[in-house]
Design a binder for this molecule. Structure first.
Ligand code: CTP
Length: 394
């Protein structure tokens, strides 16, 4: 799961577990979500506004009558893509269930209609009280996801069901809430990565600067979204990804063969490898001596994408174009020529993209969308491309 800069309102109720939400906040920021923290006034007894402001890098208010000119409860509700309330106390859930709006957080909850995760934490007696259980049932019936607290030792010294879940458990529940846990489950993805090498003799080759990082990022992203991933990897210095079937190739011809063997069974092909456009006509058996190394006669390689597209049935194809000048119209024409559905036009001017962790360019789709990608990580781009492919798959 990648946040891609999407907005979360993190509501914090007045329970001791509020301090554990600091860790949750950090993790959400690591995942590239933007988070505004809205604590209830009583929660400030446990964790102060200064802590939330320092961690989130954003202003923190608790009452509707602060920053009134911004109509903050409405603006926060409008801006939010998701709501997480952690910890949720018995009182906070009762107020939400009753539709109360007596602090900023409950106002935001009432004004928002976005996927919401509620993470209760309280003493076991309070959790098992019929009043709380009824409120939880009401909230669930209204479409909120309410986690069950975990069982274990509590701050009071008692043992029972009431503990705040661990951050990874909350994150995994959140993935399900936003529907990104396994959206590629049952789908096969074939990815090419790296750059082919075309041998001149046993010691020399024609190659290119592709590091393979973008293709590996797509493989990781697809795996995390439940896909069955096959990676055709050409000459990279990257570790294998556990859970991904990796086929190592060197030349365009070997990549072509691996594509032919795997394309029919795949749902999405991501062609991020840089394939050499030509290869030496002769691959010398012995090392060519310096005095004879004066010219290399080349022969054109087949266009792998164009050739594989002849066998296309329902596959979604993502192509890449590394260009030193962004020419959207030319890229659209290239996408059609290569029978691709989506093309990432990568601005490689300045040479700083190769081997870099970040990228910028444009995602262009067959149905006419041009999405500007400002400097972002290759992981984030990978998720964006997969989401476009999923959209196309239907
Ligand atoms: N590609 C391919 N087979 C080739 C060359 C490229 O399948 N022999 C794929 C790459 O994996 C990538 C896209 O085509 O997805 C990149 O195409 P690009 O090299 O930009 O286009 P070319 O067809 O080589 O056109 P030109 O160099 O004239 O821009």
């Amino acid at each position: 799961m990648q946040g891609l800069g999407r907005e979360i309102v993190l509501g914090v109720g007045g329970g001791i577990a509020a301090y554990k939400s600091c860790d949750l906040l950090r993790r959400l920021l690591d995942l590239d979500f933007k988070v505004t923290v809205v604590p209830t006034p009583s929660s400030l007894n446990f964790v102060g506004a200064a802590t939330w402001e320092a961690l989130s890098g954003r202003r923190v208010t608790t009452e509707v009558f602060q920053s009134v000119e911004e109509v903050r409860h409405v603006s926060l509700a409008k801006k939010a893509d998701f709501l997480i309330i952690a910890p949720a106390t018995a009182d906070l859930m009762a107020r939400i269930a009753a539709g109360r709006a007596d602090d900023l957080l409950t106002n935001v909850v009432l004004a928002a209609s976005v996927p919401t995760l509620i993470v209760p934490a309280m003493h076991p007696q309070m959790w098992s009280n019929p009043a709380t259980l009824e409120n939880v049932a009401t909230l669930r019936a209204r479409g909120y996801t309410v986690l069950d607290p975990e069982i274990g030792a509590l701050t009071s010294g008692d043992i029972g069901q009431g503990r705040f879940p661990s951050t990874p458990n909350i994150i995994s529940a959140f993935k399900s809430v936003i529907g990104e846990s396994e959206d590629f489950k049952g789908r096969k993805i074939l990815i090419t990565a790296g750059g082919t090498r075309e041998p001149i003799d046993p010691v020399r080759f024609i190659g290119n600067r592709s590091s393979g990082k973008q293709g590996y990022a797509v493989a990781r992203a697809a795996l995390s979204r439940g896909a069955d991933v096959t990676l055709i990897s050409a000459n990279v210095h990257l570790s294998d990804i556990p859970g991904v079937e990796t086929i190592k190739v060197e030349t365009a011809a070997q990549m072509h063969q691996a594509l032919n063997e795997n394309f029919a069974a795949t749902n999405v092909l991501v062609m991020s490898a840089a394939v050499a456009d030509a290869r030496p006509l002769h691959n010398a058996d012995g090392k060519i001596r310096k005095k004879d190394f004066t010219a290399i006669e080349l022969i054109e390689n087949p266009d792998l994408l164009a050739s594989i597209a002849a066998a296309k049935t329902s596959q979604v194809i993502i192509a890449f174009a590394a260009e030193t000048k962004l020419d959207t119209e030319g890229a659209k024409e290239k996408m059609v020529r290569k029978s691709a559905d989506i093309l990432y036009l990568n601005d490689v001017s300045g040479g700083d993209i190769f081997n870099s962790e970040t990228t910028h360019g444009q995602i262009i789709t067959r149905d006419g969308k041009v999405i500007e990608v400002a400097e972002t990580t290759k992981d984030t781009l990978a998720h964006q491309l997969l989401s476009e492919a999923l959209h196309k798959l239907g």
